[in-house]
Design a protein around this ligand. Structure first.
Ligand code: AMP
Ligand code: MG
Length: 335
């Protein structure tokens, strides 16, 4: 998304000097966009209520959508949340990594971070640049994706600049994010009723296997448009380009099929006999990891080009394919 108006954000390379400068900005209560292995985040000191309020303003994010708190060591968890044996098993197995746990919140974390909920979402990211910065601050960092609310999440520093360049000052460049999809969120408030709230790169099967118990799938709920209490972050329409997206279980693939040139057609894997300027693929070899890595940058690139509609083929179900299809369904949702 291009924004007009003044551009004040600067993109910083991860040099020791720049990291020290951005750590100081975070300690002063300023916002810094940071790389993680999932997507870029818009970070602030999670213990500073005013700093966290700026996140909501910069993104245009509704106050009822809680933030994820990012820590740099497992030992920092206790200051943020009440842990339990199941949480520790998952932390030891999947941290640092793309797994966010929802746990009872400690009072040091201001209510604005959790949108007033008694629970807080916590993660320890696996990205060397993020960890170097976080460890210089010594602070827990609240960070949602670094994009205007509802738009496609950013997977490069340039994407952050395109969306928030006029609203923030500091963007730390850690290169393209390796995974490219937001973290898996797991509800661990009650260790006997573990539920996935958002699918991601750590799969439900992996979590069930690590815990040795059943894990529920995300609820497919469709909130009423004017529901006073939307389930946090469960907005149906999200991660959306401006161009309408139409989802297909399978795109047509016979040599006689025609593809309107006003539209973009995105295969999961492109059949060899189908090609054209408006024909794209998420992966050349069927790898869901490659497709996840390219999904959001592909959506953005096609959105910038002004097609009438973006047609996308779903990923095969299961594992990371479920996370890709979750984002595709939200991108295609009309409300
Ligand atoms: P984002 O960082 O933009 O991917 O958004 C963070 C998401 O984390 C929110 O939209 C929620 O889906 C989820 N989340 C954060 N805190 C909680 C919580 N306490 N309970 C349930 N979900 C949460
Ligand atoms: Mg987001």
């Amino acid at each position: 998304m291009k924004t007009t108006g003044p551009r004040s954000a600067h993109i910083y390379r991860a040099t020791p000097r720049n990291l020290a400068r951005l750590a100081a900005a975070l300690r002063r209560g300023e916002l810094v966009a940071v790389p993680t292995e999932t997507v870029y985040g818009l970070a602030a000191n999670a213990l500073d209520e005013a700093a966290c309020r700026h996140i909501f303003t910069a993104k245009g994010r509704p106050a009822q959508d809680p933030l994820i708190v990012h820590i740099g060591h497992l030992r920092e968890l206790d200051a943020i949340a009440d842990s339990n044996p199941a949480a520790l098993i998952l932390a030891r197995k999947f941290w640092p990594g793309p797994l966010t746990m929802v746990l009872p919140k400690k009072s040091a974390v201001p209510g604005i971070v959790s949108a007033g909920l008694a629970t807080v979402a916590v993660r320890l990211p696996n990205h060397p640049v993020f960890l170097r910065l976080q460890r210089l601050t010594g602070l827990p960092l609240a960070a949602p994706s670094a994009n205007p609310f509802g738009y496609v999440s950013p997977t490069t520093a340039r994407h952050v600049h395109d969306g928030l360049g006029a609203r923030i000052k500091y963007i730390l460049d850690g290169g393209p994010t390796p995974i490219g999809l937001e973290s898996t969120i797991v509800d661990l408030r009650n260790p006997r009723r573990v539920r996935i709230l958002r699918p991601g790169a750590v799969t439900r099967d992996q979590i069930a296997q690590a815990l040795g118990c059943a894990v529920s799938a995300p609820r497919q709920r469709k909130p009423a448009p004017h529901a006073a209490q939307l389930a946090p972050g469960m907005l149906t329409r999200h991660y959306s380009p401006r161009t309408p997206v139409t989802l297909h279980r399978h795109l047509p693939d016979s040599p006689h099929d025609t593809f309107a040139t006003t539209d973009a057609w995105v295969f999961f894997t492109r059949p060899l006999h189908i090609s054209g300027k408006n024909i794209f693929a998420l992966t050349s070899d069927g790898s869901t990891a490659a497709a996840a890595h390219r999904l959001f940058s592909t959506l953005r690139r096609l959105d910038y080009k002004g097609y009438r509609t973006i047609h996308i083929e779903e990923a095969p179900n299961g594992g990371l394919g479920d996370a890709i299809n979750d984002r595709l369904r939200r991108a295609a949702a009309r409300e």
